[in-house]
Design a binder for this molecule. Structure first.
Ligand code: NAD
Length: 470
């Protein structure tokens, strides 16, 4: 943990074990914050905020650029830490670190452009201005699927706008986040501007969100936890950003290029072992293309080499922890019991580690649990439709609205998808989501607020109106 400028190790507190999901072995321990630690972190964030907001955006950008450079320099050290804790192949971990450096650079520059405006007045001698100020100390909670990639978006948006931040990362994947925080501090972010705490998430979030010094809450994770944190934020009148779960439909119409659709979507599906909130999950394929898409998808799933992410030949690593294997096994078992057809995979692999086979299921009935609950793992649901209306109705059936994909050669169908699919992000004929310069966020039960584009900065800024008659 990093609290009030001090690093606190697992030997100084009660601690939790961190495991390698590929082997099951304990690879480290994580300190658990006491109530006093949370209090100290919030108070330090208040002092840090007072100092950091006084630094000009120009100078904050210089510090952030240095942090990005340090992260790049340290990528080969940080990537193995990420793989050992989270399971993803080493090349994907390295890419996550390098992409995180790019994200810091983008926020460094964009933070210099948090412009206000001047509004012409109705009366003479009156000036009217809109200014953007940092919202204040932030409480942020990030998950384990992209430990650095998720944390860097919240930290960089807060830092470039002049906010301080207390971050609680995921208990299962702390090491790379510690290195990220170290890079910002080594680059010159004042010590009290960034707090990093760990331990019991329920107790920490309850205390931190209620703390009077905290002005903003940002959470990425499941809709269930998001609801709980949004309630806490509401009770204490804190602004919040909620990046929650999804259940992305993929509409493949009969005029689509089926091979290209499978090529793009299989890669998006199995990356990070399917543990991505925008991963395609419900494939809806029009009848004439169904058999081709199914055969191609099975071939992709069966070609993937499952293994320890540290081995250079591995395409897909284990799931991130044992809970995920139990959940995916239960979802697949339930779908098969209710009549789904198993086309590939379908079970746990090996006697150690959290490996689950890339899985393809067809004809999954609407009453199967995975047709309601996000299957956060390497599972493809392939269902067939005849009429366009059926696919649109299925795409919008669930309360989620994060990502949606479509494949068609028809401008009319593409236009209908863009206007009728209830989703915060819609990508047609490619996977074009999650770029830092574009807004990333959901609607409906997938949450509110954005983590990309200018919208990401606005979430950390107060808008104030000033008027002066001279
Ligand atoms: P989990 O609910 O046990 O933990 C998920 C994460 O939420 C952990 O990092 C945990 O620290 C945090 N968390 C839990 N309760 C919290 C609280 N009260 N306050 C603050 N943080 C809290 O479940 P899990 O098995 O790890 O994942 C379950 C589901 O989470 C997945 O099925 C998926 O839907 C969702 N998820 C979403 C994302 C995303 O990017 N949106 C990432 C990871 C997980």
């Amino acid at each position: 943990m990093h609290i009030a400028g001090q690093w606190i190790g697992a030997d100084q507190r009660d601690s939790l074990a961190v495991h390698n999901p590929a082997t099951g072995e304990e690879i480290g321990r994580l300190p658990c914050a006491t109530p006093e630690d949370v209090e100290a972190a919030a108070r330090a964030a208040a002092r840090g905020f007072a100092a950091w907001k006084a630094v000009s955006p120009f100078d904050r950008a210089k510090v952030l650029h240095r942090a990005a450079a340090l992260l790049r320099e340290r990528a080969d050290t940080i990537a193995p830490i990420l793989t050992r804790e989270q399971g993803k192949p080493l090349a994907q971990s390295r890419l996550e670190v390098i992409t995180s450096a790019e994200i810091i650079e983008w926020f460094a520059e964009e933070g210099r452009r948090t412009y206000g405006r001047v509004i012409p007045a109705r009366a003479p001698q009156v000036r009217q201005m809109v200014v953007k100020d940092p919202v204040g100390p932030v409480a942020a909670f990030t998950p384990w699927n992209f430990p650095i990639g998720q944390a860097v978006r919240k930290l960089s948006a807060a830092l470039c706008t002049g906010c301080s931040i207390v971050l609680k990362g995921a208990e299962t994947t702390p090491g790379s986040v510690i290195e990220l925080v170290r890079a910002y501090l080594d680059a010159g972010v004042p010590a009290e501007v960034i707090g990093l705490i760990s331990g019991d998430p329920v107790a920490i979030s309850a205390r931190l969100i209620a703390h009077p010094e905290i002005r903003k809450v940002s959470f990425t994770g499941s809709t269930a936890v998001g609801r709980h944190l949004a309630e806490l934020a509401g009770r204490h009148m804190k602004r919040s950003t909620m990046e929650l779960g999804g259940h992305a439909p993929v509409l493949i119409f009969d005029d689509a290029d089926a091979a290209d659709a499978v090529d793009r979507m299989a890669a998006a599906k199995f990356r990070n072992a399917g543990q991505i909130c925008i991963a395609p999950t419900r494939f809806l394929v029009q009848e004439p293309l169904f058999d081709t898409v199914a055969a191609e998808m099975v071939a992709r799933a069966e070609a993937l080499r499952l293994g320890d992410g540290m081995n250079p030949g591995t395409d897909m690593g284990p799931l991130a922890h044992e809970r995920r294997v139990v959940e995916i096994e239960a979802l697949v078992g339930d779908a098969l019991d209710k009549g789904a057809r198993l086309l590939a995979g379908g079970k746990r692999r090996g006697n150690s580690g959290c490996f689950f086979e890339p899985t393809v299921l067809a004809d999954v009935p609407p009453e199967a649990r995975m047709m309601q609950d996000e299957p956060f793992g390497p599972v493809v649901i392939l269902n067939c439709f005849a009429e366009d209306d059926t696919a649109f109705a299925e795409a919008n059936r669930l309360p989620y609205g994060l990502a949606a994909y479509g494949f068609t050669a028809s401008a009319a169908r593409a236009d209908r998808m863009m206007s009728e699919i209830e989703s915060g992000m819609v990508s047609i004929n490619h996977q074009g989501l999650a770029l830092i310069e574009t807004p990333f966020g959901g609607i409906k039960d997938s949450g509110y607020g954005h983590e990309g584009g200018f919208e990401a900065l606005d979430a950390y800024l107060n808008t104030r109106f000033l008027t002066h008659r001279s």
